[in-house]
Design a protein. Structure first.
Length: 219
């Protein structure tokens, strides 16, 4: 964990983030699956839970031997290998890009964390060719990345910046309800995709909220 005094992110924080994601995805698995059943394949919750279960196993005992960036790369590779559908390649690419941006630094500050999230967003947009308004992961992650960057830039510590990012992601996910899907399997439904919250944006909001939980100062 970090403290506001040091305001740095270390390997243990990344491991805690992945553990938080695993817990919340398992808890919301059925909800994510229900959302996906309405406009997708109906397996999003199952796939995400399986992927982050595998991530937790891959990270077991690693946080003391690998720097944050290397841990994120390992997480990304694990997701690509274990998650079906679009989520595995998208989040796998995102975490690997984020990890590469951090290099081998043993600890990172808020600005580096924001840059890593910007890198993750860029990877997802490149692979999925999606923009805000397409009813995808991007609708939650792009406002989250902007909020994180802006809050860190205003001099706030990573924990507070992550809280702002989580709120932005959740608002972005809710904003997908009235949208007509323009990317992914949901786009095949045309106007029938309107009125449903995007499952990928919803799980993205959970992932960003989990980052905030992992960054809460100890004590």
């Amino acid at each position: 964990m970090i403290t506001e005094a040091t305001a740095t992110v270390q390997s243990a924080t990344i491991a805690a983030w992945m553990s938080e994601i695993g817990a919340v995805v398992r808890a919301r698995r059925d909800h994510l699956t229900q959302l996906d059943a309405a406009i997708g394949d109906g397996d999003h919750g199952i796939n995400m839970a399986r992927g982050f279960d595998a991530v937790e196993k891959a990270l077991a005992g690693q946080e003391g031997s690998l720097p944050p960036g290397r841990l994120l790369i390992l997480c990304g590779k694990t997701l690509v290998a274990t998650v079906g559908g679009a989520s595995g390649p998208l989040w796998g690419s995102a975490l690997r890009r984020a990890g590469r941006s951090l290099g081998d630094a043993p600890a990172i500050d808020g600005a580096q964390l924001a840059a890593a999230v910007d890198g993750a967003l860029a990877a997802i947009k490149e692979l999925g060719a999606a923009v805000v308004g397409d009813k995808t992961i991007v609708d939650a992650l792009e406002p989250a990345a902007a909020a994180l960057r802006d809050t860190v830039g205003a001099g706030q510590p990573p924990a507070r910046a992550a809280e702002a990012a989580a709120a932005a992601a959740e608002a972005g996910a809710r904003a997908t309800v009235p949208l007509r899907a323009r990317k992914g399997r949901a786009s095949y439904l045309g106007d029938r995709s309107i009125g449903h919250q995007d499952p990928g944006a919803t799980s993205t909001a959970l992932i960003v909220r989990a980052l905030g939980s992992a960054l809460v100062p100890a004590g």
